[in-house]
Design a protein around this ligand. Structure first.
Ligand code: GLC
Ligand code: CA
Length: 523
């Protein structure tokens, strides 16, 4: 059997533009990441996911790719990428890169050629469709607001974009498109990428009849979106693409992996397969409530069979409000976030840390005039946008811009972030950073004894508890302290208040604990 390095791995999402700036121009870059690999190794992660670093007009911060084979000059060069791969691998850190197959940038040579004339063959690589009188071809909506169609200067045809107008959707029904992406993924695998995070993974093919669909408000943005059951995406042919990619990754050694940007558990069941994707994101964005979390954990656990894959627990990424803020903000949000890290990192499966999560960062306030997110721009400010979770990392206290850059960063650093800086937290034993480091270290130490199976245990109201081999994990979601009657050595508590008493384990409100119960190594 092949070794599966990725099973139970801890990944770290690097938002390239905001991680580390090597040349003080206010923008993160690849050499910056390389210079921080020792930080990431000391944190204890197994792999990185880099957000897109390709040449791009940055209308959606890299998710609008103009050249799939290069590096955005702001971020470095192909040589810088080669160094990053080499240095990461030297430290035993894997590197996943982001691939954006659903759409290109409107500045991609294909789209530019498509616009050059009504009979240019590149038009068939996108969706150019005649309108209905003066209206778009159908009622499909852009995720950033408004119709999913744009018409240029009175042209007879409209082109489709499920995101910004600068992100025209590729037509995956045209064989030239899959052929190109096969080349692209091979190119990066040959350059040492250990796999891909696949952007909007289930959208590639659109339903062929382009029919109108009923619309409902989107769960998080509130913008109109296709009603469930009336999908325009997620066509059977998307699976053929991933079977093909899985076959390609399977020809590399060590194993390369495919992580789909898929949050829906039902879809995860259909795409995470022995011959399709390896992983997808188990996004834990429920309100702070024991039964809601238990239910969400179970839904994701049961979405895929243990022999194929395990959930990839995730609390934050570059598209959502940081979870310290979601969980109540400030001290309360941070206590809960520390507890949720223990709860989720004890479970079978992978875990994705979003940069800054290990510092307990909150969503930052970005002044409206500095916001850059197309979601903010295209909704005319009705949606606050995602800039607040993309503010650059604070590295050093008492330095301009918390040590990210001597130049003003592309998004402003909040003044109060100084105290969250990596150097401050590295010196403190009670910081969120120290907690994450210890937690990952303990997890590594236990790894070989932790089975893929876990079992819930009886627990007091507002408390969740499970056993996984020698590890027992408890989390108190409630407002009251409780005392657990549970044997075992306390390995780590989310907060110093978690401790052994004469009769049990004391757990303050919003805290969690890892306990080790002695069993023979063989069992
Ligand atoms: C994904 C990305 C998001 C981007 C969108 C369009 O959801 O995570 O940042 O805006 O795709 O590419
Ligand atoms: Ca830079």
């Amino acid at each position: 059997m092949r070794s599966s390095w990725w099973r139970n791995a801890v990944f770290y999402q690097v938002y390239v533009r905001s991680f580390a700036d090597s040349n003080n121009d206010g923008v993160g870059d690849l050499p910056g990441i390389t210079s921080r690999l020792d930080y990431l190794r000391s944190l204890g992660v197994d792999g990185l996911w880099l957000t897109p670093f390709y040449p791009s007009p940055q209308k959606d911060h890299g998710y609008d790719v103009a050249d799939y084979y290069g590096v955005n000059p702001e971020y470095g060069t192909l040589d810088d990428f080669a160094r990053l791969v080499e240095e990461a691998h030297r430290r035993g850190i894997k590197l996943l890169i982001d691939i954006v197959p659903n759409h290109t940038s409107s500045r991609h040579p294909w789209f530019e050629a498509a616009l050059s004339g009504g009979d240019d063959p590149h038009r068939t690589r996108y969706y150019f469709v005649p309108g209905r009188d003066d209206a778009p071809p159908n009622n499909w909506q852009s995720a950033f607001g408004g119709p999913a169609w744009t018409r240029l200067d009175g042209a007879p045809e409209w082109y489709m974009h499920l995101f910004a107008p600068e992100q025209p959707d590729l037509n995956w029904w045209n064989p030239a498109v899959p052929a190109e992406f096969r080349k692209i993924i091979t190119y990066w695998l040959d350059r040492g990428a250990d796999g891909f995070r696949i952007d909007v993974a289930v959208s590639l093919h659109k339903r062929r009849d382009l029919a109108d669909r009923p619309l409902v408000p989107h769960r998080t943005t509130g913008l109109p979106t296709t009603a469930p059951g009336f999908e325009i995406i997620d066509q059977p042919e998307v699976h053929d693409v991933y079977r093909d990619w899985r076959h390609i990754t399977g020809t590399y050694e060590p194993e390369r992996v495919l992580v789909g940007e898929i949050f829906d558990p039902g879809r995860q069941s259909r795409y995470i397969k022995q011959d399709e994707l390896h992983m997808a994101f188990a996004m834990m964005d429920r309100r702070w409530d024991a039964s809601a979390w238990k239910q969400a954990i179970d839904v994701y656990r049961h979405a895929v069979s243990r022999s194929t894959s395990l959930p990839s627990w995730t609390q934050s990424n570059h598209d959502v409000i940081r979870h310290v803020t979601r969980l109540g903000g400030d001290g309360l949000g941070r206590e809960r976030a520390k507890a949720s890290a223990l709860l989720l990192l004890g479970l079978p499966g992978q875990y994705f840390i979003y940069q800054g999560e290990e510092l307990g960062l909150e969503e930052a306030f970005v002044p409206p005039e500095r916001r850059e997110d197309p979601l903010y721009i295209h909704t005319n400010g009705r949606h606050q946008g995602r800039d607040g979770c993309r503010v650059p990392m604070p590295w050093r206290q008492h330095e301009p811009n918390a040590g990210f850059s001597t130049a003003p960063p592309w998004l402003p650093t909040p003044a109060a972030w100084d105290r969250n800086a990596v150097d401050v937290q590295a010196r403190s034993t009670t910081s969120v950073l120290s907690l994450y480091r210890r937690l990952l270290e303990i997890r590594r130490g236990l790894a070989r004894r932790l089975p893929a199976r876990m079992d819930w245990a009886a627990a007091p109201k507002d408390c969740l508890m499970y056993h996984r081999g020698p590890l027992s994990v408890a989390c108190n979601f409630g407002h009251r302290s409780l005392e657990l009657d549970q044997a075992g050595r306390l390995l780590i508590g989310s907060t110093p208040g978690v401790r052994r008493s004469a009769t049990g384990l004391l757990m303050p409100p919003n805290s969690a604990a890892w306990l080790e119960t002695r069993r023979s190594a063989a069992s």
